[in-house]
Design a binder for this molecule. Structure first.
Ligand SMILES: [Zn+2]
Length: 685
């Protein structure tokens, strides 16, 4: 047992900027700290509920906003460590803690007295003289409850809960079925002559897989690392077709793991849920809390991009077909031929590999370059501080200062993979930003990567895609570090989902600008600047098959919207509905054995229902915003200041379209994205 007074997670942190005392925290401190801080949070909420005074903005909305702050501090530290420095014990604690946190949340959102008070305050919203941020907080609080069914009659509340429970079971089953189907399939080959074209590394992995199953030869399956290289490199067309059909027919075989029934039931329940809450369809419900605002906003984006991409995609298809013909192919081009020939043409067009770029991207140079860009654009500087405790020796902690020397943020970087860190790259915060009693409490932000390690003889040299990843997460970090809100729940990256990737993706644009690269991308041995032809090749290869890739993403967006704008119970067949929904985007003949909807986890097992368009939306935004820098100067201070003041500092304090228009002077258009990706129509003379 740890006594509370000895638990470093409780009480004041006596560290620089009250950063987490990682040097004192042990696994055993977390569970008691969670219990204690949850109890404190409950008491704070109880105080709001039982307050005998008339409910006001301050004693209800603001009081709820600041309730649970100590719990958030504990959770911030715990969940960051769970991703970047985990161990069995932490994972066990997570299992124990997660139902406690769910209960804490549910006790708040399901409390009728609390909702009545919020509703009373909300009813007076026009008389309260609230500023924009306060209005947003009130709106978010009220709408958050309403969207969870708080405003329904008792009978409808019960119905709402039943639907929610069934939906969470069904979406889970949907995902499990797809996973089981993926795991159930294998392609076992014993005759090596059937595997011509596959690179040695791919063959080795397949041989290893066979061995682990105590089989001879090679085993391929339909998991991405096995499927993608096979489709790209295998010369044997019949086998490519076999694997393609196996991949495409997941949960569409009328067996136990078929998802057609689940798709129908999920869209039905979502429609019922939306109708209960007073919406025409599920997309209306979702998009109300998005920058795109409504289905019309989404369809405008999809259609604008479609008009520009489809003919280009057709041209690209012809180019691939011509190339295939030159290489002796004389059949109809099918989906299982696409990766194979397009990869071969890509190699012929762009002779480009990671190894060619890596010498120019030594990690310490890249860090200097990225920090330097932030200094030039926003005037902020980074100073390492060894007195700030860190959770692993590989982490560096910085203090970040504004141009006038004011302290802005603590910033941790954690670059390399190790045991206990999950894969991928992310930005997070240990502590968010808020203001209280005239004090601006600054954030503690972190970025975590899995970059190539240095070796005995070589420093850490990044691939170009790692440089992009760094810039991307750094952009999220800027959103966090420059936050200037009053309320934590509206601060930094707490924005609508189709807006959150703007600050991150815009940074990636600089990564292909020679004027920026020349500042730091020098050969780690010779000091020579990165050659201009190499940069051009990167850009051109990024735009390879831009039309095809755009149309493919659009097809998924159209399919998503078709399912989630249904206003009547769905009675038809899943496959038929799908083909109709995305017909205008298809470049290949219909193949009866395959179905996307039955394996589309984003829509039916994840959180992307009526949100798949978001990928394209984010690209449109970042290209449109960056075009202002392109026009006025890559390092233009005026544009940077406007971006900082209107976007980065504002977090979610106002509607993203309002913020964006203040920066851009107008709503975003698809033009800049079309230009950047080479899709701008060239009109015949
Ligand atoms: Zn991101």
């Amino acid at each position: 047992m740890v006594k509370a007074q000895n638990n470093p997670l409780l009480g004041e942190f006596k560290t620089p900027h009250q950063t987490a005392p990682f040097d004192k925290i042990e696994n055993e401190h977390f569970l008691p700290a969670f219990k204690k801080t949850i109890a404190k949070g409950e008491a704070e909420i109880k105080f709001v509920i039982e307050n005998p005074e008339e409910p006001t903005y301050e004693n209800t909305i603001v009081a709820m906003e600041s309730a649970g702050r100590l719990l958030n501090r504990t959770a911030g530290i715990f969940f960051n460590l769970l991703s970047s420095e985990t161990n069995d014990e932490l994972q066990k604690i997570a299992q124990e803690v997660s139902p406690m946190l769910t209960k804490f949340q549910n006790d708040i959102t399901l409390n009728p007295v609390l909702f009545r008070k919020i509703k009373e305050v909300y009813a007076q919203k026009d008389k309260l003289n609230l500023n924009a941020e306060q209005q947003t907080l009130l709106e978010n609080t009220y709408v958050g409850f309403v969207r969870q069914g708080a405003n329904l009659s008792e009978k409808d509340k019960e119905k709402f809960r039943e639907i929610s429970t069934e939906l969470s079971k069904l979406t889970l089953t949907f995902g499990e079925n797809v996973l089981k189907e993926t795991n159930a399939y294998e392609l076992h080959i014993t005759d090596k002559s059937k595997l011509s074209g596959l690179p040695d590394g791919v063959l080795e992995a397949a041989a290893g897989k066979a061995k682990s199953k105590e089989k001879d030869g090679w085993v391929f399956d339909i998991s991405m690392p096995s499927y993608l290289p096979f489709m790209k490199y295998a010369d044997n067309r019949d086998l490519r077709k076999e694997l393609y059909l196996a991949y495409g027919s997941k949960s569409f075989k009328n067996n136990d793991l078929d998802n057609q029934k689940n798709v129908k039931r999920i869209v039905q329940l979502r429609l019922e849920q939306a109708e209960l809450l007073g919406y025409k369809n599920y997309a209306d419900y979702v998009l109300e809390r998005r920058m795109a605002m409504n289905p019309a906003g989404v369809y405008k984006l999809l259609d604008d991009l479609y008009k520009a991409s489809y003919n280009v995609a057709l041209k690209e298809k012809k180019e691939i077909l011509d190339f295939a013909r030159e290489n002796g192919f004389n059949d109809e081009l099918m989906p299982w031929d696409w990766s194979y020939y397009s990869e071969k043409l890509k190699v012929e067009k762009f002779d480009l590999s990671d190894e060619m770029m890596k010498p120019y991207f030594e990690l310490s140079n890249v860090v200097d370059g990225v920090f330097g860009l932030a200094t030039e654009l926003f005037g902020i500087t980074f100073k390492p501080n060894k007195n700030i405790p860190i959770y692993n020796d590989e982490v560096t902690a910085y203090e970040v200062f504004d141009a006038d020397g004011t302290f802005l943020s603590v910033f941790y970087t954690d670059f390399h993979p190790r045991k206990g860190k999950r894969g991928g790259a992310w930005m997070n915060d240990f502590k968010s930003q808020w203001k209280e009693n005239g004090v601006d409490s600054r954030p503690h932000v972190t970025i975590v990567m899995n970059f190539t390690r240095p070796t005995e003889t070589k420093p850490a040299l990044l691939t170009f895609s790692e440089v992009e990843t760094f810039m991307h997460e750094f952009g999220h970090a800027l959103h966090g570090m420059l936050a200037n809100s009053t309320y934590s729940s509206l601060s930094g990256t707490n924005v609508y989902r189709d807006f959150v990737e703007l600050p991150s993706q815009i940074m990636e644009n600089w990564a292909v600008e020679k004027d920026f690269l020349d500042r730091f991308a020098v050969h780690y041995k010779t000091g020579e600047k990165i050659p201009a032809e190499l940069v051009k090749k990167i850009v051109d290869s990024q735009n390879y098959l831009a039309g095809y890739l755009s149309v493919r993403q659009l097809s998924f967006g159209y399919l998503d919207m078709a399912w989630h704008t249904l206003e009547e119970p769905f009675k038809g067949e899943v496959k038929e509905f799908e083909e109709k929904a995305w017909k205008k985007t298809q470049l290949f003949p219909v193949i009866n054995e395959v179905c996307m909807s039955t394996q589309f986890g984003h829509l039916f097992a994840g959180g992307y229902a009526a949100g798949y368009y978001g990928y394209k939306w984010a690209e449109v935004l970042d290209a449109d915003a960056f075009s202002v820098f392109k026009e006025k100067g890559l390092f233009n201070k005026e544009v940077a200041t406007s971006f900082r003041e209107n976007i980065l500092e504002k977090g979610g304090t106002e509607h993203p379209m309002v913020l964006y228009k203040r920066f851009r002077g107008q709503e975003p258009t698809v033009d800049a994205l079309l230009e950047r990706s080479g899709l701008k129509q060239v009109h015949p003379q």
